[in-house]
Design a protein around this ligand. Structure first.
Ligand SMILES: C[S@@+](CC[C@H](N)C(=O)[O-])C[C@H]1O[C@@H](n2cnc3c(N)ncnc32)[C@H](O)[C@@H]1O
Length: 276
């Protein structure tokens, strides 16, 4: 079969990093996750993924995915027919990993990404793609056609926006999807300022912009907004930590001791918006 060359903008191209991270883990005998669709997509794309080989941040990307998976699973356990929205979905396969047969799902990304995504995924009755920017005021109206409550997962997305745009996304969600949960990461100013030496991003054109030293401070952006969870790679949710093969646990323990400041700089956060 002919391989497809991804035609993607600079920020969009970053989707290939977590995709490759999941494929690499899947190909290992004892990887931290199993994602055969990621392997299929990597094999079907004409792209030099070897440029990412050996980068530690591939492991970080897969650990991050497991944290987000855990939050989405917890939500689906409480609300089996609620709606999950992947904001900046890339070639994410969370639905494939977690579908419970009743959840509703949207995968939103910029038009060039959705075009690529459509060569691997199809819309179904419970799962649909939206070609839009997360800052576009129209997408919550699509989502509202699906039953609540709503869980929005913005994995490795909002960091690429200027703070003003991140604030506009919070405002949009607060107004149009009250009561929603929103999962996202924050990166400290120090981490953003040192990204030119990041093991993968250094070689790519995309740059992160949103500096956030304290995710708790985001609560002040709007009344009733609450930070319900915030953790680092050193504080994996118990079910994630239990599933990790021993070599990962050892590596993680070493990294959290040796590179404490770096680990603290990058946080995984869960927000809950005020109810109507
Ligand atoms: C690092 S990738 C993460 C992809 C996916 N969330 C994952 O974890 O596999 C960043 C993604 O954010 C998307 N993105 C960046 N800016 C966006 C915007 N304004 N609106 C929607 N998606 C955006 C990119 O197109 C890309 O797919």
């Amino acid at each position: 079969m002919d391989k497809r060359t991804p035609q993607l903008g600079d920020i969009q191209e970053t989707l290939l990093i977590p995709l490759y991270g999941r494929a690499v883990e899947t190909r290992k005998r004892r990887g931290m996750l199993n994602d055969p669709r990621a392997v299929e997509m990597v094999d079907a794309l004409d792209y030099d993924f070897s440029r990412f080989d050996g980068a530690k941040s591939l492991l970080g990307a897969s650990l991050r995915t497991l944290i987000f998976d855990q939050w989405v699973s917890d939500f689906m356990e409480r609300h089996p027919s609620g709606t999950v929205v992947e904001l900046g979905t890339g070639l994410n396969t969370r639905f494939e990993r977690l579908d419970n047969g009743t959840v509703h799902w949207f995968d939103l990304d910029l038009p060039d990404v959705i075009d690529l995504r459509r060569s691997f995924f199809e819309d179904t009755g419970r799962r649909r793609m939206i070609a839009a920017s997360v800052t576009d005021p129209g997408w919550p109206d699509e989502v509202r056609k699906s039953p609540g409550p709503y869980f929005l997962a913005a994995e490795a997305v909002l960091l690429y926006l200027e703070e003003e745009l991140v604030r506009s996304v919070f405002q949009l969600v607060g107004e149009r999807l009250p009561g929603a949960h929103l999962a996202l990461e924050t990166a400290s100013a120090r981490m953003i300022d040192s990204q030119d030496s990041h093991d993968v991003l250094a070689g790519m054109a995309a740059r992160m912009h949103w500096r956030c030293d304290d995710p708790k401070a985001v609560e002040h952006w709007q009344p009733g907004l609450r930070l319900t969870d915030s953790r680092t790679l050193a504080q994996l949710p118990a079910p994630v930590a239990r599933r990790l093969p021993v070599p990962f646990r050892v590596l993680l323990r070493a990294m959290t001791t040796l590179r404490r400041r770096d680990i603290e700089a990058y946080r995984f956060n869960l927000f809950r918006f005020a109810d109507e």
